[in-house]
Design a binder for this molecule. Structure first.
Ligand SMILES: *[C@@H]1O[C@H](CO)[C@@H](O)[C@H](O)[C@H]1NC(C)=O
Ligand SMILES: *[C@@H]1O[C@H](CO)[C@@H](O)[C@H](O)[C@H]1NC(C)=O
Ligand SMILES: *[C@@H]1O[C@H](CO)[C@@H](O)[C@H](O)[C@H]1NC(C)=O
Length: 372
């Protein structure tokens, strides 16, 4: 039993540090707690021996070094022959430590998941910011092997903290101007080494949440002719974060520094704090490709999943050839004011003008049933 989470969340609730706009803090809390307490929960650390002995840790370490070098060469910061390798034994020894980039938290999908996004690696679609080449390794923690046929879905805000494909009060100016773009959303298959590769941005911030990227891991889905997937199951819903010091540097660069929304630091984001419980670390490991953030970034993270686990996240919208359209009966529709998952059951939400919903304690009200 890991009971820290509840105590931590209660403490955060008491200090008013939780400004989780909409969403049901209690539902998120219970979901995460159930995950931590699950008798079959296994972390990536528990696979360390197998992954080291099979050579996977060494291979991935070398592959990542080579990938960063390739990006440096492409950007003109290194010559092809200049690859300097670190001793892979060092990478093996430190693999899976708390400070390493491993994670297996179950987190909320949040109110802005748009289903039906395209299979594509480059998610930028014209958005500007800290361009990030992101490698996500998916590991089956029940068999301690890479998952080679999963679809990894990613979405995040643009550099000024606005989600595409959705319209909601508080998402940008609330006008829905981003409804017709799918920028910063998409999926990739994990492939031979269990790695899915994206080009995206370090997400900007929006009121009530620390900067974060969302992910969902799909298994057994069918690829459709229009480059989307259908069916299958979802084993994992997660969120990735950026180390606060580095994030400060990103936020000081344009266009991040034109964002007028109030920023929440990792330390005050209860979903981040919960994500770090039980030896998990949902923080991306990030390297500069060149000399500055503007030269681009290379980020990696390992995600441990139980491929047989069944999560049931629900989208607010679906991506169509004419943009984001409402998903029928979505519990997120009406967010942040009236949605079913807004967390207050039939009671009207308490609001302060211009600020997110305010919570005054653990609310055992309406919410999604616990999955897993
Ligand atoms: C997978 O790993 C093998 C062995 O390290 C390597 O040769 C291959 O290039 C990798 N494939 C991908 C897609 O990274
Ligand atoms: C982020 O998206 C919103 C909505 O489309 C847009 O108004 C804003 O300009 C975008 N930010 C940047 C830096 O382009
Ligand atoms: C892709 O095809 C499916 C099945 O026909 C359809 O429901 C969906 O709207 C299509 N997506 C796009 C983006 O065209």
């Amino acid at each position: 039993m890991v009971q820290l989470t509840q105590a931590l969340a209660a403490a955060l609730l008491a200090t008013g540090a939780i400004a989780h706009p909409g969403g049901n803090a209690n539902r998120d809390l219970l979901r995460r707690q159930a995950h931590l307490d699950h008798p079959e929960r296994r972390t990536i650390q528990s696979c360390k021996r197998d992954l080291v002995e099979s050579g996977w840790v060494r291979e991935q370490h070398m592959r990542r070094e080579a990938r960063l070098h390739e990006l440096r060469v492409a950007a003109g910061f290194a010559k092809p022959h200049e690859l300097v390798r670190r001793d892979p034994a060092e990478a093996e020894a430190t693999y899976g430590e708390a400070a390493a980039c491993t994670l297996d938290p179950e987190a909320t999908e949040g109110p802005y998941w748009v289903v039906g996004e395209l299979i594509r690696s480059d998610l930028l679609t014209g958005e500007k910011g800290a361009v990030t080449h992101l490698d996500i390794n998916v590991i089956d923690t029940t068999g301690c092997k890479p998952v080679t046929d999963a679809y990894v879905e990613m979405w995040g805000t643009n550099s000024t903290g606005v989600y595409t494909g959705v319209k909601a009060r508080g998402n940008g100016d609330g006008s829905g101007s981003a409804l017709t773009t799918n920028a910063l959303r998409g999926l990739q298959k994990t492939g031979a080494n269990g790695t899915a590769t994206f080009t995206t941005l370090i997400p900007g911030h929006y009121v009530g949440r620390a900067n974060h990227l969302h992910t969902i891991i799909h298994h057994g889905a069918t690829l459709l002719p229009n480059n989307t997937i259908q069916g299958g199951t979802i084993s994992h819903i997660g969120q990735f974060y950026v180390e606060q010091g580095f994030l400060g540097e990103v936020e000081a660069t344009p266009p991040y520094n034109t964002n007028t929304q109030v920023q929440t630091k990792n330390a005050n984001d209860f979903l981040f704090q919960m994500g770090k419980q039980g030896g998990d670390d949902p923080t991306l490991k990030i390297s500069l490709i060149g000399k500055t953030i503007a030269d681009g970034l290379y980020a990696t993270i390992d995600v441990g999943v139980n491929p047989k686990a069944k999560q049931n996240p629900l989208p607010v919208n679906m991506w169509t050839s004419t943009g984001g359209q409402p998903y029928p009966n979505s519990p997120w529709t009406g967010y942040p004011d009236t949605c079913k998952y807004c967390g207050f059951g039939t009671k009207p939400p308490k609001k302060r003008a211009g600020t997110p919903l305010v919570r005054e304690g653990l609310i055992y009200g309406e919410g999604a049933p616990l999955e897993e």
